[in-house]
Design a protein around this ligand. Sequence first.
Ligand SMILES: CC(C)(COP(=O)(O)OP(=O)(O)OC[C@H]1O[C@@H](n2cnc3c(N)ncnc32)[C@H](O)[C@@H]1OP(=O)(O)O)[C@@H](O)C(=O)NCCC(=O)NCCS
Length: 168
Amino acid sequence: MLIRDFISGEETELRRVFMSSVHTLACDFYTKEQLNAWAPAAYDQEKWISKIAALRPFVATIGGRVAGYADLQESGYIDHFFVSGDFPGRGIGSALMQHIHEVAAKRGLLQLSAHVSLSAETFFTKHGFLIDERQTLAVMGIPIGNSRMSKALLANNSFKPNPLRGSA
Ligand SMILES: CC(C)(COP(=O)(O)OP(=O)(O)OC[C@H]1O[C@@H](n2cnc3c(N)ncnc32)[C@H](O)[C@@H]1OP(=O)(O)O)[C@@H](O)C(=O)NCCC(=O)NCCS
């Protein structure tokens, strides 16, 4: 597996990963109606390209195929975090999370935060995030539950994937 910076021109590939991730890996946590509101088949391509260009995500590849992507904004906010439905449970999410922690350390960030879906809550908790607030957002008029989660980073910003188990 390789993690690298996003390359301009692969926005459509990332859209495929986003669609696959939401519709395959989050389907036990949301209704079909909610999944379609979150990740609709019809979308504004220009808007998506601008969004991805602004996010400048990190991209995980396996054998040249995009297996997942995630971003880290200057504030420490993670906006997108998606693993392809073709590569679940193979450590791609954890590798992206580790990369985010390494970049956060280089940038001297003291906190990470994200609006985390119900489907990713356990994963983020495993990586040391705590729930600040549960909320329900209206997306295309459909109520969708998620949580605002955050993680305070240590002064030396070391990566602690699972503080509950005491592993470092
Ligand atoms: C959540 C997600 C990023 C995890 O990616 P992944 O590559 O499958 O995760 P990993 O293989 O690195 O798993 C790491 C650990 O988290 C656990 N985990 C992953 N997804 C989980 C889930 N949905 N529920 C419970 N545990 C989960 C794994 O079992 C593993 O635990 P272990 O270390 O004890 O073995 C991925 O399932 C995903 O993209 N989900 C759908 C989209 C989504 O909700 N994105 C987040 C938007 S905020």
